[in-house]
Design a protein around this ligand. Structure first.
Ligand SMILES: Nc1nc2c(ncn2[C@@H]2O[C@H](COP(=O)(O)OP(=O)(O)OP(=O)(O)O)[C@@H](O)[C@H]2O)c(=O)[nH]1
Length: 363
């Protein structure tokens, strides 16, 4: 009864949990094993067979079958195998045909019980141990899978965050770019404003100084621009200022610097250009402006400009260069406007004229 108890417990749990589904190969293995148990059990517990084939049909082999049952069939299979062996042992004990030959029946019962206890402990105990290990392995596997899933989730979150951060960063860079551009651009005309223009010129002057190259500046001021505003309104004046950009840009090279200094005054800086070249560029600008026709509310507006040219001496600060150009511009205005004047051509009086700009402050 003691030996059958595990089987009864296992079967009872089965019924409680619902009958498990055994796979075909499991049933086949169980069938083969139990056949071996029946053959060896019958022979080893029948005293005649035991005596004839002592080594082959011995109850010890049944212990080995119990171990195989534990490994291959689990707790259920091991319990069933132990039960089967118990049936043989008890049946032969009752009939008195058992091979356990001892002096008294009482001792035979004790010895049989010990034998069955050993089989039960080895077989069912081993099966339970294997089951425990397997369950622990399953739990570990589950934890590992959960950990992997958690890691994957975290990785996805990190990727999402990184992507979001990249997007924010990109947006920030774009905004910064736009901000820098708008800080450097004249709102009305879209060309570099005074501050940005002067800083670009200063950088260029440093480069030219190192390279030992020359440069020239052209200061452009629209003539009688006040009249445009007064006669046609500020909006018309703005339109003229916007339209003036294209002819000036057309007359210079892309690498030349061009900016609005304020009001109706523009500045051009020509790297590597001497006085002669600067004069011809200024003349081209003047002609382009003169031929410009701005259409405002079906009305054509024509403007002219006066231009002052100055060549850089290779040493002086940009303040000085632009003052020279400004003085030349003053000469152009004095001499009747719509013309280009180079400071070398201007009369000495003009040099005493207070500058158009107090000074060209650097950003
Ligand atoms: N529409 C418009 N007018 C401006 C702007 N900035 C300055 N002005 C005007 O430009 C005019 C400049 O007038 P003045 O300095 O007398 O020069 P001018 O009339 O061109 O005369 P000269 O330079 O001597 O030929 C003023 O009426 C300013 O109001 C601007 O952004 N838009």
């Amino acid at each position: 009864m003691l030996v059958l108890t595990p089987l009864i417990v296992v079967l009872w749990r089965w019924f409680q949990a619902g009958l498990p589904h055994f796979k075909l190969h499991y049933l086949l293995e169980a069938l083969i094993l139990w056949l071996a148990v029946i053959v060896i059990g019958y022979q080893s517990f029948t005293v005649e067979s035991y005596e004839k084939a002592f080594l082959f049909f011995t109850p010890i082999w049944l212990v080995l079958l119990g171990v195989i049952a534990a490994i291959r069939l689990g707790v259920v299979g091991a319990s069933a195998t132990v039960a089967l062996i118990t049936v043989f042992a008890v049946e032969h004990l009752v009939r008195g045909t058992h091979p356990i030959i001892v002096d008294t029946p009482q001792n035979a019962v004790w010895l049989t019980q010990e034998y069955l206890a050993i089989i039960a402990v080895v077989s069912i105990g081993l099966a339970m141990l294997i089951q425990e290990i397997s369950e622990q392995r399953d739990v570990l596997k589950q934890h590992e899978n959960a950990l992997k899933a958690q890691n994957q989730f975290l990785e996805e979150r990190v990727n999402e965050r990184t992507l979001a951060l990249k997007e924010v960063n990109q947006a920030l860079q774009n905004a910064n770019g736009r901000l820098a551009k708008s800080a450097a651009t004249d709102e009305l005309t879209g060309i570099p404003n005074r501050r940005h223009f002067l800083s670009e010129v200063q950088r260029e002057l440093q480069r030219l100084r190192l390279d030992g190259q020359t440069a020239s500046a052209i200061m452009i001021d629209l003539d009688h621009f006040k009249q445009v505003n007064d006669n046609l309104g500020h909006e018309a004046g703005d339109l003229v200022l916007c339209n003036i950009v294209e002819p000036i840009s057309n007359a210079i090279r892309p690498r030349d610097l061009f900016g609005r200094m304020g009001g109706e005054e523009f500045l051009v800086f020509l790297s590597g250009a001497d006085q002669k070249l600067a004069n011809s560029v200024a003349e081209r600008i003047r002609a382009e402006i003169e031929s410009l026709e701005v259409l405002y509310r079906n009305q054509k507006i024509n403007v002219t400009a006066s231009l002052g040219v100055a060549e850089w001496d290779g040493r002086s600060h940009l303040d000085e260069l632009f003052h020279q150009a400004d003085k030349a511009l003053y000469q152009a205005k004095n001499k009747g406007r719509n013309r280009v004047i180079n400071l070398t051509e201007s009369d000495s009086d003009s040099k005493n004229r207070p500058s158009h700009e107090d000074h060209f402050e650097l950003p």
